[in-house]
Design a protein around this ligand. Structure first.
Ligand code: NAP
Length: 432
């Protein structure tokens, strides 16, 4: 039996669940791989805390750097979070020839290329399944099963908090503030929910997905993002009447060669027949459109200590097997990506506005659409006393033309209020 010693950096939600899960699965892992994995050192901020784990307390210390460079450690798992010291620790571990496993999306979305390059140079694994969509196997399928697939687009619900909030709004008629406060009391949302509701968390994951899917460096700063805080109950109700669900979606698509990509996170109206429309509560799902395989969907828990630890343990076993057999998995050399501006995006759009209810108004509004070459796919009008609410869905058009239309509509006297603009996606799904 080959015995490998694991250094664990961080023992919070994910780290503690990993210690417990490895304890349960050690014999099964050894039977399947011939490798006995043992966590021999753990770095935390406070060694005084009782973590309720059946592990020798002497393995805990506060010196993460000593673990990263310890010659007695074979593999390092980083579940601290944040950029520093995680970045330096992973670089040190890689420099001393250790394979590393991490679940740190923030770090990889900002410094992934540097770390992938360092791991490649050192000939060691850098595995990060848990960094995107928690428990869902996505990175390994993209790197291995789909390595030769001409991937066209990946669309994902990769933030459980926003999906939970939007599901509550749609199912119970809760307004945004009420649904957010419920998500906070259930522990799905942080006290400061900005990273989730404004799309930063999903943006980091979208950057990692694009990097792996297209083999080109995309960083968090390349990702256009819009949050869900402006979505109203009226938008959700209208979407339902028109046959859509409103979802917060991360999209990474190849728009040209050499890799030109468009990567964005925003609320979207998805046809109810589309598989992403049925992803509810805090679940995540990632929908892949490939030129050969067609459509694939990966679904499951995107967060939570134990589900995420499951993904980390999978990587740990993979790294251990590779280390024993002497062949690390490679992400391959990444090339720089050209990132397409959101202004050049082509999409269909939902647009709602409140106007004076008098003859000729519809013609003035339609003229603005026509002036910018935005053609209308469907329109509904609802009377509201002296006002009318107009709801449009456009045919596919350029973002910059839609924004110009919006600007000019705002300038019309007859338009009293401009509501949300929501991109409409998924009409190319065959069941639609
Ligand atoms: N939680 C999830 O559902 C989830 C899902 C997917 C990915 N992830 C990723 O997994 C990582 C860990 O998340 P988590 O929820 O487990 O975080 P967490 O509960 O906050 O745990 C962080 C751990 O790191 C330790 N730590 C922090 N800074 C340290 C330092 N400088 N030196 C030594 N130890 C340090 C903390 O020590 P103390 O315990 O002493 O404070 C704690 O044990 C993050 O990158 C996160 O994005 C988490």
């Amino acid at each position: 039996m080959n015995r490998l010693r694991v250094g664990l950096l961080g023992c919070g939600n994910v780290g503690a669940a990993l210690v417990a899960l490895l304890d349960e699965q050690r014999t099964a892992v050894a039977a399947r791989t011939g490798i006995e994995l043992e966590i021999t050192r753990i770095a935390v901020r406070s060694t005084a805390r009782d973590r309720g784990l059946s592990i020798d307390p002497s393995v805990f210390c506060t010196d993460a750097a000593a673990i990263a460079s310890d010659p007695e450690i074979d593999i390092v798992v980083e579940v601290l979070g944040g950029i520093e010291p995680a970045r330096t620790l992973l670089r040190d571990a890689i420099a001393t020839g250790k394979p590393v496993v991490t679940g740190n999306k923030e770090l990889l979305a900002n410094h992934g290329a540097e770390l992938f390059g360092a791991a490649d140079d050192a000939g060691v694994d850098l595995l990060f399944e848990a960094a995107v969509a928690g428990a869902i196997p996505l990175i390994r399928p993209l790197r291995e099963s789909l390595a030769a697939e001409p991937i066209e687009r990946i669309m994902g619900i990769v933030n459980g908090t926003t999906n939970y909030i939007l599901t509550q709004m749609a199912d119970r008629g809760a307004d945004y503030a009420e649904a957010l406060s419920e998500a906070q009391s259930l522990g799905y949302a942080e006290r400061d929910p900005t990273a989730d509701v404004e799309g930063f968390d999903a943006g980091a994951k979208a950057a990692i997905i694009a990097t792996v899917a297209f083999g080109a460096v995309v960083v968090a700063g390349d990702v256009y993002h819009e949050g869900i805080s402006d979505i109203t109950l009226h938008d959700i109700e209208m979407a339902r009447r028109l046959g859509y669900a409103v979802k917060a979606i991360a999209v990474a698509e190849r728009t040209g060669e050499p890799p030109e990509v468009a990567v964005r996170v925003h609320p979207a109206m998805v046809p109810v027949q589309h598989p992403l429309a049925g992803v509810r509560d805090s679940f995540n799902a990632v929908f892949v459109q490939g030129g050969a395989v067609g459509e694939l969907m990966f679904y499951g828990r995107g967060a939570g200590g134990r589900p995420t630890a499951g993904a980390v343990l999978g990587d740990l076993v993979d790294a251990a097997v590779n280390l024993s057999s002497g062949g690390p998995g490679r992400i391959g050399r990444l090339v720089p990506a050209k990132v397409r501006s959101i202004d050049d995006l082509r999409s269909e759009y939902y647009l709602a506005l409140e106007v004076a209810d008098r003859p000729g108004v519809l013609a003035s509004v339609a003229a603005v659409f026509g002036h910018h070459g935005v053609s209308i796919r469907s329109m509904e009008q609802h009377g509201l006393g002296d006002e009318a609410r107009l709801v449009f869905i456009t045919h596919e058009c350029r973002e910059r033309d839609l924004q110009a239309t919006r600007r000019d509509l705002r300038g019309l006297d007859e338009v009293h209020e401009l509501g949300s603009v929501i991109r409409v996606i998924g009409h190319d799904h065959p069941q639609h």
